[in-house]
Design a protein around this ligand. Structure first.
Ligand SMILES: [Zn+2]
Ligand SMILES: [Zn+2]
Length: 139
């Protein structure tokens, strides 16, 4: 059965339901560093399986992608690139992460130098070969 995950921003003005999330990836790209101060943990959901309620501020952060933030508290909640069929949900906004594993680190080529990744998880310079969606998962 596909699990529906729920989540919200810090102030609660924006909430969402995501039906079927991929496992979690840590992204170390410069965008994520600038937006959050460090790196993000994100999981993907098919665009049609994500239902958002509340005022989201979609900001263009590159020529291809937008970041979604609560208009009231500014929480960074979503990353969306029109060419992809999934939207990334920032894991910190989820009410629970039951059943989600961390797959590894992406865009480590852009990682900040002041810390080392020492968790033994796979690391990829950019997107992993085959993408961030996993075989056998309904996402
Ligand atoms: Zn909020
Ligand atoms: Zn990133």
């Amino acid at each position: 059965m596909v699990k529906t995950y729920t989540g919200s921003c810090l102030c609660g003005a924006v909430s969402f339901e995501a039906m079927g999330l991929s496992d979690i990836w840590y992204c170390h790209c410069k965008q994520c560093q600038k937006l959050t101060g460090r790196y993000i943990a994100a999981a993907g959901v098919l665009r049609e399986n994500l239902q958002i309620s509340g005022p989201v501020n979609w900001l263009p952060i590159s020529e291809k992608s937008n970041s979604g933030h609560c208009k009231s508290c500014g929480s960074y909640m979503f990353w969306d690139e029109a060419a992809r069929d999934t939207v990334s949900v920032l894991v910190g906004c989820l009410d629970d992460t039951d059943g989600l594993d961390v797959m590894g680190h992406i865009f480590v080529e852009e990682k900040a130098d002041y810390f080392e990744i020492a968790d033994g998880l796979p690391q990829f310079e950019g997107f992993p070969p085959g993408g961030t969606r996993q075989e056998g998962k309904d996402v």
